[in-house]
Design a binder for this molecule. Structure first.
Ligand SMILES: *Cc1c(COP(=O)(O)O)cnc(C)c1O
Length: 379
């Protein structure tokens, strides 16, 4: 029986109060009071030029692809070691996906790999701040500037994390966040598009509102609203925004508890890493750690499988991800067969340990001890 799950959604308490407030206010569709509170929170705390809640990070990425006018034949460079939405958003617009390898000391996209893949058709570089740890944004931004290519930050895992002091999601043309229940700050399903370039704001509002200028209409900027562009329904209901706002009010508490858990794992497992049993997460000097994820990189696929099975036999649910997209069933027929050895290694060897707000110190201790027990048997 599993008694330490991999993840557990966290309810602080005000969530249900705010949902009730939203219901009583008489407006539960989108862009009401709680959506505005969330937008203001993000814009003032992180200095985002424009924050727009969406129903998912997937939606936010799709909006970014539409806003960049990605068309058939445009090339988009992205990591292969990521969630499918990073890729789907762009292939839905007809882009050619060009997968880049990860770094050898962490799963983030390698700037050197990006530079080799730039062609005259490259339209965008999509970076994923894996585990909430910043990619090397100085190098990537300088490549993007040199070739006149846009950057989209998939910051799904990166709320309240920074690159040399700059909040993740504020560096590229667009940042996309997720509030899925597996992330640090949650609303069940939920997401946000951050627009960092003034010139895209108006169109972003239109695309989010089914291609209509409804947002300008409600601000009194136009006297009637209608269909002016392509678009979809990307905005969440007030019920989602109400839940999210309660979480945001507790951001500091949530983040600091997650960091304590993360540090406990890191200290408790260091001796095994020193013995060469696995690698611990590497946090580059420019990056902060928002404790989204604690992972180990095992020595082999087989050993990882055995470790997961051993933990499971002791009631602990550890998981692996991602099947690198360049090796996926969907992409293989389109593949140019380039080898991405670092991605393959993370696909085969990375394992994620339980981490969530309510995980108790005792339980973290039990996970650490169980991992020691597994490797003691192997000596
Ligand atoms: C979670 C995640 C997504 C998708 O987020 P949703 O809100 O579920 O659409 C996209 N990219 C990355 C890197 C993620 O971790």
């Amino acid at each position: 029986m599993i008694n330490i799950p991999f993840n557990k959604p966290y309810l602080h308490g005000r969530e249900l109060v705010y949902i009730a407030d939203a219901v009583r206010s008489g407006k539960i569709s989108g862009d009401g009071i709680f959506t505005k509170k969330c937008h203001s929170y993000f814009e003032s705390k992180f200095g985002f030029r424009k924050a727009l809640l969406t129903t998912s990070c997937t939606d936010a990425l799709e909006m970014a692809a539409i806003l960049l006018d990605i068309k058939h034949g445009d090339e988009v460079i992205l990591p292969s070691f990521t969630f499918v939405s990073t890729a789907n958003a762009f292939i839905l617009r007809g882009a050619k996906l060009v997968f880049a390898d990860s770094c050898d000391d962490n799963p983030n996209i390698s700037p050197a790999a990006i530079e080799e893949l730039i062609t005259p058709n490259t339209k965008a570089i999509v970076v994923v701040h894996y585990a909430g740890v910043a990619c090397d944004m100085d190098r990537i931004a300088s490549i993007a500037r040199r070739y006149g290519v846009a950057i989209v930050e998939d910051a799904a895992q990166a709320v309240d994390s920074y690159f040399n002091g700059a909040p993740l999601g504020s560096i590229g043309t667009f940042g996309a966040f997720s509030f899925h229940e597996t992330k640090n700050i949650i609303s069940g399903e939920g997401g946000m598009l951050v627009v960092n370039n003034e010139k895209y704001i108006n169109r972003a509002e239109i695309i989010r509102e089914k291609g209509t200028n409804r947002s300008s209409f409600f601000r009194g900027e136009v006297d009637k609203y209608g269909w002016v562009d392509i678009g979809s329904s990307f905005l969440p209901s007030e019920l989602v925004a109400a839940y999210l706002f309660a979480q945001l009010e507790n951001l500091e508490v949530i983040q600091s508890r997650r960091k304590v858990i993360w540090d406990t794992y890191n200290n408790g497992l260091r001796s095994l890493a020193d013995d060469g049993c696995f690698e611990l997460p590497h946090i580059p000097s420019w990056a902060t750690n928002n404790a989204h994820m604690f992972y180990l990189v095992c020595r082999s696929l087989e050993e990882r499988g055995n470790l997961i099975a051993f933990l499971k036999s002791k009631g602990i649910h550890a998981v692996f991800h991602y099947i690198a997209l360049h090796t996926s069933q969907f992409f293989l027929p389109h593949s140019d067969s380039r080898a991405l050895p670092n991605c393959d290694r993370y696909t085969n060897c990375l394992v994620r340990l339980p981490i969530y707000y309510e995980l108790l110190d005792d339980e973290v201790g039990r996970v650490i001890e169980t991992i020691h027990e597994f490797f003691a048997k192997k000596k």
